[in-house]
Design a protein. Sequence first.
Length: 451
Amino acid sequence: MAKPRTAYTCTECGGRSSKWQGQCPHCSAWNTLVETVAVPVATRFRTVTGAVADVRTLASVETRAEPRSPTGLEEFDRVLGGGLVPGAVILLGGDPGIGKSTLLLQAMAAIGAARRALYVTGEESPEQIAMRAQRLGLVNAPVELLAEVQLEAIIGAIRTRQPEVVVIDSIQTMYTEALESAPGSVAQVRECAAQLTRLAKQSAITVILVGHVTKEGAIAGPRVLEHIVDTVLYFEGDTHSSFRLVRAIKNRFGAANELGVFAMTERGLKGVANPSALFLSQHAAAVPGSCILATMEGSRPLLVEVQALVDALQGGLARRLAVGLDPQRLALLLAVLHRHGGVETAAFDVFVNAVGGVRISEPAADLAVLASINSSMKNSALNDKSIVFGEVGLAGEIRPVQRGQERLREAAKLGFRRAIIPVGNRPKQAIEGMEIVAVGRIGEALERLRG
Ligand code: TYD
Ligand code: MG
């Protein structure tokens, strides 16, 4: 077979060049050219979208429910949107050592019982995988193992073994003969993923790619693949705690932002079916700077403790640090707190943290962040049976958030007795055992939080 022609493509403008140059000849950006294979466009994309020249109306396209096969790990299925879909390509990213190989070995062992599953390892030897399997109590699991890093050999093995599910652990260790760049480079990672994607679509195989999150540099992280694959899952959470969260960042076959919660045990990852109380630290008595937020993680309400520490400035610039919360949003909230709440923080360092390593991106956390900051600053604890949620606007208004009812019900179920929420979220029917305090503006909210 003739060696495919290689070319160089700019990661900024997509322009091509036949030889490597330090500067892109099209957009003049520096160091943006990466090696790519010049596959004719038609063969590259035909398998993804179906016949190229066939124009149809929406109504004439036959649809069928995607056949889904559950993996047997309930929390993993939840993030996947119900299970694996044939032909889907899934990227599982996360820090080294967080549990990617463990989760996938468990999933493959469960899948292997019903269907042919192939685990390709480029990182660990078969002995290491077998030792992990022993630890997980899965030595007899019907999983086929292949220790290989050359893509052509892997594709050959897939063609002959015809598995229904393939794990590539990890995409950064694979390389294709078609390119001269080193394994792990942006060019190799992209090209290998593109070829595996084509194979997945052609043969209706589910391919799961493992990607290590790496610091910027020569080694390409999973981010460069996010647009190629159908589903992007990331491990998040604190490696020091035993809880592991898997979040769907993108999912063409299910809801994005869905969260799976696991506990890392002696014998691998165990799903946590009711995680709503997981992110509450148990204080003996109410402490200043702590506020319980009722947040929605995917389809599930979750109660998370938001902590703030406001400390007198030790000279220099005031520090603003947010862990698990949006740092930019913190700056904005402090400005609102000053302008509309009359609380001045310029002479203080402000630190906020979402307990347990969970990452909260929804604006519904705003009011809880402000409440904890205010509580730390005044050194006065909030009622520890209260929960808070609500978005804070730039004009100082408290805006309603989605799915308020569900948040309130979950909090009531866990024994919370009071909720400080936006006026727009006031429930039509009373929630048993729960006092509802609906607030319209930031000043009013700070007032009522104290009471
Ligand atoms: P691993 O799955 O290899 O992480 P990754 O593939 O993301 O790099 O392992 C993660 C960590 O989990 C490792 O430090 C050992 C630990 N571990 C357990 O605590 N219990 C277990 O049963 C297993 C298999 C691993
Ligand atoms: Mg691994």
